[in-house]
Write a protein of this length. Structure first.
Ligand SMILES: [Zn+2]
Length: 328
């Protein structure tokens, strides 16, 4: 990540952009358009995110056609699959080439190619607040990490909207009995699947345990219609129960088979009492199953989390020197 930040910084300097308070984003105005380069992620590895904001969302289709018709796409330096155009934004993710890092040269070329295409399709946006058109919002800034122009009163309104949305989410009724019932049913099914797969293959699969946790979280959140801490607790608890139950069922099957070959009958009541100690004796398998289940529960719990709502604003302006020009 340190390397990609250096590349972003270097590309930003060459493009005449300013760096934000954080070193991983550079942004500014180029030929009248809002431009940004930032360190990001694509397919799990570091990439450079290149953004041109032309603001007018009605020009999205025209911008897309212009970019697709550009030389950069024809030469293959910009791949259509790495583009994202919409809502007045043209975004390209410059991925690493195999065994090589992203180079500042390429990032600069990408931004210039993107900008040239945008210019052909859409006039430069007015120097004003994107939301209300007020000229008090004429300084470029970062709104939730994307370059933008928004005036202070619109930011205040956005913050208010987010607070209200967050409050509304918290106020949604949580049907805990339904959450518990759904989690219990899915946990039961997952336990049977775990035992069934263990019986069929005589092996335990990490992936099955993870999938159980994820499935329990997904179904519970869907059934209740919201996530949050309550749903997360129910999900985590039932994932552990599911995995332990599945493991107990697998043990029961082994005992049953063992008894059958000797013509014995199993007293299941007595067996049930022995389950904890059996799980303890076979602690390696139990821990393996539990580890997978907990990992699944972690995914499930993340899935069941309350959506993150925020309005984050960053500028490069120094509060003491509001009129100082950016250093070159
Ligand atoms: Zn405004």
């Amino acid at each position: 990540m340190a390397r990609i930040m250096a590349v972003v910084g270097e590309a930003g300097r060459r493009l005449g952009l300013r760096t934000a308070q954080r070193p991983d984003i550079a942004y500014g105005v180029k030929d009248g358009y809002l431009v940004q380069v930032a360190a990001g992620n694509a397919d799990g590895s570091a990439c450079a995110v290149e953004i041109v904001r032309y603001v007018d969302a009605t020009r999205d289709a025209a911008v897309r056609s212009a970019v697709l018709a550009s030389d950069a796409v024809a030469r293959g330096t910009i791949k259509p699959g790495h583009l994202q155009i919409g809502d007045g934004l043209a975004i390209h993710r410059r991925r690493r080439r195999l065994f090589r890092s992203v180079e500042a040269d390429r990032v600069v070329n990408d931004v210039e190619a993107l900008l040239a295409s945008v210019k052909r399709a859409c006039p430069s946006p007015p120097v004003a607040c994107r939301l209300c058109g007020s000229t008090s919002g004429n300084e470029p800034m970062l709104l939730n990490d994307v370059v933008d122009r928004v005036c202070p009163s619109c930011i205040e309104r956005l913050r208010h909207d987010v607070r209200r949305a967050s409050q509304q989410y918290d106020d949604l009724p949580l049907n805990l009995p339904l959450a518990v019932m759904t989690a219990a049913v899915v946990a039961g099914v997952a336990a049977l699947a775990w035992a069934g797969i263990a019986v069929a293959t005589n092996r335990m699969f990490w992936g099955v345990a993870i999938a159980s946790g994820a499935l329990i979280g997904y179904c519970t959140t869907r059934a209740v219609g919201r996530g949050g801490v309550g749903v997360q607790c129910v999900t985590g608890l039932f994932t552990v129960i599911s995995v332990v139950l599945g493991q107990a069922l697998f043990l029961a099957w082994q005992v049953h088979k063992h008894a059958q070959t000797r013509g014995l009958k199993v007293d299941w009541k007595v067996f049930a009492g022995y389950v904890p100690s059996l799980l303890w004796v076979d602690s390696g398998s139990t821990l393996f199953a539990l580890g997978g289940g907990l990992l699944g529960a972690y995914y499930a719990v993340r899935k069941a989390a309350k959506p993150k709502l925020e309005v984050k604003v960053e500028t490069t302006e120094s509060p003491r020197l509001p009129t100082s020009p950016s250093r070159s």
